[in-house]
Design a protein around this ligand. Structure first.
Ligand code: ATP
Ligand code: MG
Length: 651
């Protein structure tokens, strides 16, 4: 799969001609960004409006025990003013946010920059009246409605630090996060409609707040007008307060290194980490990557399908696009409601030009058949994007052919909650694409591949090992909230002097990068190191397999054996013959060394709410170690785990 001989897809001449960055400009800018890093970022930061210009570009130390990361530290700015106020003169009436509700029967909303300004100011004034000031923490536990964006921007406006908790999380997970950051206010809604069902958000918040300090206030936005319990001492009606609030609110001057938000990682590899991002570097990086990666031009309609509860929603629904004065679409629903054509209908309805989603959604929709796609007019689409997991070539090809009609470049963006924005991706007008490859580093990013045992950099091509980043970039996280020691230990201890990503990586003979999965997911079979993603890709390429997850387990002879959890396409029956067929299939696709030792039929796989397979749980099950499954609070459907344990022997 991942080699230089993979089929490549060069950008079309049209794409090259109109793109902000073509192959020549990429090479020139990339070189400049890594040779004169300070000069490069000093210039790029001019895309941001500074209240007080910075004089120092960066002050960074990656040494264990004294890790400290600062960008533009003596500058002052306000992120909300950068996302709204500065656009008012030139594009006040342009749509900032298109809101598409859960039900296609309900009307979409178009919110102009001017309307965004007054709504954000009102929200900011309501928060101020609740006593929120600079540095206070505010939890946002909201459906995908415009008020979620107003809440983020209102916090930024008055200098409060927001922490968004995905609306699908339980009261316990919410309480842990409220307490973890000692929040002053929780902003929620009565209910969150999603896929035709309504989650009782306010009732969940009530349960959570019962476990929190009595001083925490709850600001409730009306979404459905459903009945909710009301605690007079604690609950505040946002809609009533906003009506009386002023629609003017001066943005507060923030230091570039003042925290903008705290956001927890997905919890795929362990207990979620409270990632802290600050103001000046983050917004510079989010804005630049949004414009360049998606080749955003004035008049485009850009849609990222993530939830604002994930970093993708922060950087690429709200902050990046709005800092660029873009039109960004916010979708409340799910891809399969009312049916599997919803994404494509929304693309047609709003003439979406850039569409950005996750492999898990692509695989799910691919399984439903292409008729759902082909009945919509997708001629407005120009660029497709993916994020969250390695995308298997099978899904990549489907996305490229069926959704993009072979004419839209796919930007496979590799990055993390920790990185604030894209670190590696092909650029649509600059690079050939290879299905499944993250291809090239973004400006200012110096990826290095290290030997996992010696910790030495591996030069030359091809190379394979552990992915680290040699130097800081403005969007890098600054600390883990309240636990700087864990921050240093997690990212700077294993490979001194580098930022350790936790991911494995290959550089092929052409020098292009491929993410091979988590370092923890690399297995060693009879001395051969192998990324589990490769075996998964081979399994999924079989016509009867819908999804697969592969982990290692202790094996007497080989050291580690290959344990595969396989979900079949609907209508396919598990059988011994099929097991043998799949084994032979993988042997043929990769080689005898990759031959699965055990195959367990899995009706479902444990996934995070953002759709990532939690292999650490599958590893435990494969090892027969059910006692210590670890933090499962971010799982979408915990019952899947019980089923897999029950059927552990039946493989
Ligand atoms: P935790 O850190 O709590 O275990 P997580 O790593 O899943 O959770 P995120 O920050 O949401 O939390 O995800 C980042 C990870 O997702 C990356 O380290 C990488 O493994 C994977 N990833 C993201 N985008 C891509 C991509 N385009 N290709 C391959 N892998 C990707
Ligand atoms: Mg991670």
């Amino acid at each position: 799969m991942s080699d230089a001989t993979a089929k490549t897809y060069p950008p079309s001449a049209d794409m090259v001609a109109r793109a902000h960055v073509n192959a020549q400009t990429y090479d020139k800018m990339y070189q400049a960004s890594v040779t004169d890093t300070d000069g490069f970022w000093r210039e790029q930061a001019q895309r941001i409006d500074w209240i007080k210009p910075f004089t120092q570009v960066r002050d960074v130390n990656f040494d264990l025990g004294s890790v400290s990361i600062n960008w533009f530290a003596d500058g002052e700015l306000n992120v909300s003013a950068n996302c709204i106020d500065r656009h008012l003169e030139t594009r006040g009436d342009q749509t900032a946010i298109i809101w598409e509700p859960d039900s296609p029967e309900d009307a979409a909303k178009h919110i102009s920059y001017r309307e965004l300004h007054s709504a954000t100011c009102r929200m900011a004034n309501v928060l101020r009246d609740l006593g929120v000031t600079k540095g206070d923490r505010v939890i946002i536990y909201m459906p995908m409605i415009p008020e979620a964006a107003y809440a983020m921007l209102a916090c930024a406006r008055i200098g409060a630090i927001h922490s968004i908790v995905f609306a699908g999380f339980s009261p316990d997970a919410l309480a842990a996060r409220v307490n973890g950051c000692e929040a002053k206010v929780v902003i929620t809604a009565d209910e969150a409609p999603r896929g035709g069902k309504a989650t009782p958000l306010k009732a969940n918040a009530d349960k959570a707040l019962a476990q929190c300090d009595a001083s925490v206030q709850c600001l409730v936005v009306r979404r459905t007008n459903g009945d909710v319990a009301w605690n007079e001492a604690r609950d505040r009606d946002y809609n009533a307060l906003a009506q009386d609030a002023s629609d003017k609110c001066e943005p507060v001057a923030m230091g570039a290194e003042d925290p903008l938000f705290i956001l927890y990682t997905s919890g795929s590899t362990g207990q979620p980490k409270g990632v802290v991002h600050t103001t000046g570097g983050y917004i510079t990086y989010a804005a630049l990557t949004h414009e360049v990666t998606f080749d955003y031009h004035y008049g485009d309609v850009y849609w990222c399908t993530a939830d604002v509860g994930w970093v993708t929603g922060h950087s690429y629904i709200v902050y990046g696009p709005l800092a660029n004065g873009a039109t960004t679409l916010m979708f409340e629903g799910v891809p399969t409601y009312p049916d599997a054509s919803r994404f494509w209908q929304v693309c047609e309805k709003h003439k979406v030009t850039q569409f950005y989603t996750a492999p898990t959604a692509i695989r799910a929709l691919m399984g439903q058949g292409k008729e759902y796609v082909t009945k919509s007019d997708l001629s407005s689409l120009r660029i497709l994007g993916t994020v969250g997991e390695p995308i298997n070539p099978e899904a990549w090809n489907w996305y490229h052919e069926v959704v993009g009609h072979g004419r839209c470049p796919i930007v496979d963006t590799w990055w993390q909650t920790e990185t604030g924005g894209h670190l590696m991706t092909p650029l649509p007008g600059a690079h050939d694409m290879k299905p499944g490859a993250a291809m090239k580093p973004f400006f200012g990013i110096k990826p290095v591949i290290l030997d996992p045992t010696s910790g030495q950099e591996i030069d030359g091509n091809p190379a394979e090992g552990v992915l680290c980043i040699a130097d800081s970039w403005p969007g890098q996280m600054r600390t883990i909230w309240g636990d700087h020691e864990r921050f240093e230990k997690t990212y700077f201890a294993d490979y001194p002097g580098y930022y350790f990503t936790g991911d494995g990586c290959k550089r092929d003979a052409d020098g292009d990068y491929w993410i091979t999965g988590r370092v923890d997911d690399v297995i060693n079979v009879s001395g051969h190191r192998m990324g589990t993603a490769e075996v998964e890709s081979a399994l999924v390429a079989h016509s009867k397999v819908a999804e697969a997850a592969v982990v290692g387990y202790p094996h007497d002879i080989k050291g580690q054996g290959i344990y595969c959890y396989v979900t079949l396409m609907s209508g396919e029956e598990p059988s011994e013959d099929l097991r043998t067929e799949l084994r032979n299939w993988v042997r043929q696709e990769i080689g005898p060394i990759a031959s699965p030792d055990l195959i367990q039929w899995a009706p479902g796989l444990p996934k995070t709410r953002s759709g990532k397979i939690m292999r650490r749980i599958l590893r435990k099950i494969a090892e027969d170690d059910f006692g210590a499954l670890g933090d499962t609070s971010t799982l979408a459907d915990p019952s899947v785990v019980d089923d897999l344990i029950d059927n552990r022997m039946n493989r």
